[in-house]
Design a protein around this ligand. Structure first.
Ligand SMILES: CC(C)=CCNc1ncnc2c1ncn2[C@@H]1O[C@H](COP(=O)(O)O)[C@@H](O)[C@H]1O
Ligand SMILES: [Zn+2]
Length: 347
């Protein structure tokens, strides 16, 4: 590894936008494939390699393949444990994992046992002393509509109270071309009223101005992607003004957007727009397994593409602490950790 790569690996980082089943590494996929050889799945079907790009539809097909491989409590426990340890090995000190609870009739998996199993993996890593603080956002897949969204929120509320602070919020994700945010508004409002934080995928594709406007009225606590919010790409100044006025941090995932073809190239990524505005932005991976990346690489890419110094990169990773959904005490602990590590990185 060259010196620069070492800097990015050692840089303490906060990861706030990571879908569990999109984050499964090649090694873990191999273990899953050997558990289920009858499915005839190859690793090439679950990842998008260097230089490759896919349509949004093709990307969502990849998740369907991975879901076939991950359909028991045992699988989820392994996947979650591996993903957490991989983020820790990449220098991530605080991680918010998000995942959509599924039920699988064949294996007896229920939405409740799904959530319990992710929590179990988080606790297991904690007991083993893995150097990372992990929280969980329960995800709503927009495809599944009003009823399922409400059911998911009810479960999340319950686990927020019983998980010792591990369940902190709700994610809204899924194929952005399917369904409409207005059907999910009551569930999201209920979640917010109960104290769950909201991170919503917003304007991930063009022409969703009405939906984005509606969802911003909640308002969410963080925005995922926000690729098409600003006027230059068909968004609007009034959407930007709302985001800026409410200081809603945006989670930005460079490689995901380039490989998923929603931005034309790294140099044209909307990181530049929001960074230059001085708006809180947080670099994230989205799906490190599917897009064959890690958070260190994403920081390095942002720096090389937009000419950021190591000091600027440090500030970016430090400012992400203020955007976490974990409690104030955790923010303070993380800030101390960053201060302790600074001299080592800038010697
Ligand atoms: C297609 C593409 C470029 C993907 C990146 N952008 C995304 N946009 C919306 N939802 C997503 C994205 N990546 C992952 N997800 C959601 O996360 C799920 C996989 O993780 P999990 O099963 O919830 O643990 C997917 O089924 C999908 O609902
Ligand atoms: Zn996402």
């Amino acid at each position: 590894m060259d010196n620069d790569a070492v800097f990015y690996r050692e840089l303490p980082k906060v990861e706030l936008h990571a879908h569990l089943n999109g984050s499964v590494s090649a090694q873990t996929i191999e273990k899953l494939i050997s558990r289920k050889p009858h499915l005839n799945i190859e690793h090439s079907m679950t990842a998008i390699g260097k230089g490759q790009r896919r349509t949004l539809d093709e990307c969502f097909e990849v998740f369907r393949v991975i879901h076939k491989l991950v359909d028991t409590e045992e699988d989820i426990l392994m996947v979650a444990t591996d993903v957490i340890k991989e983020f820790a090995a990449d220098g991530v000190k605080y991680l918010e994992l998000r995942s959509t609870p599924r039920e699988e009739r064949d294996t007896g998996l229920t939405k409740r046992s799904y959530i319990e199993t992710v929590i179990k993996a988080i606790q297991k890593c904690k007991e083993e002393g893995v150097d990372i603080d992990v929280r969980f956002l329960v995800a709503i897949d927009r495809r599944n509509g009003t009823e399922v969204a409400l059911e998911t929120v009810n479960l999340a509320e319950e686990f927020m109270l019983s998980s010792d602070g591990l369940v902190v919020g709700i994610d809204l994700s899924g194929d952005p071309t399917v369904g409409h945010g207005k059907d999910l508004l009551p569930a999201l409002q209920k979640a917010k009223n109960s104290g769950l934080k909201l991170s919503l995928h917003l304007s991930e594709i063009p022409s969703q101005l009405d939906e984005s406007d509606l969802l911003l009225s909640l308002p969410p606590d963080r925005i995922g992607h926000g690729t098409f919010l600003h006027p230059e790409v068909g968004g609007s100044q009034s959407l930007v003004d709302k985001v800026v006025q409410k200081k809603i941090p945006i989670e930005l995932c460079l490689t995901s957007n380039v490989k998923g073809n929603t931005v034309p190239c790294y140099a044209k990524h909307h990181f530049k727009y929001w960074y230059e505005l001085g708006h809180p932005t947080v670099l994230c991976t989205d799906d490190k397994g599917v897009f064959c990346t890690d958070l260190s690489q994403e920081y390095q890419l942002a720096a090389s593409t937009f000419g950021l110094s190591h000091e600027a990169v440090w500030k970016l990773s430090q400012q992400a602490i203020d955007c976490i959904f974990g409690p104030e005490t955790v923010k303070q602990q993380l800030k101390e950790k960053w201060n302790d590590l600074h001299p080592q990185l800038f010697k």
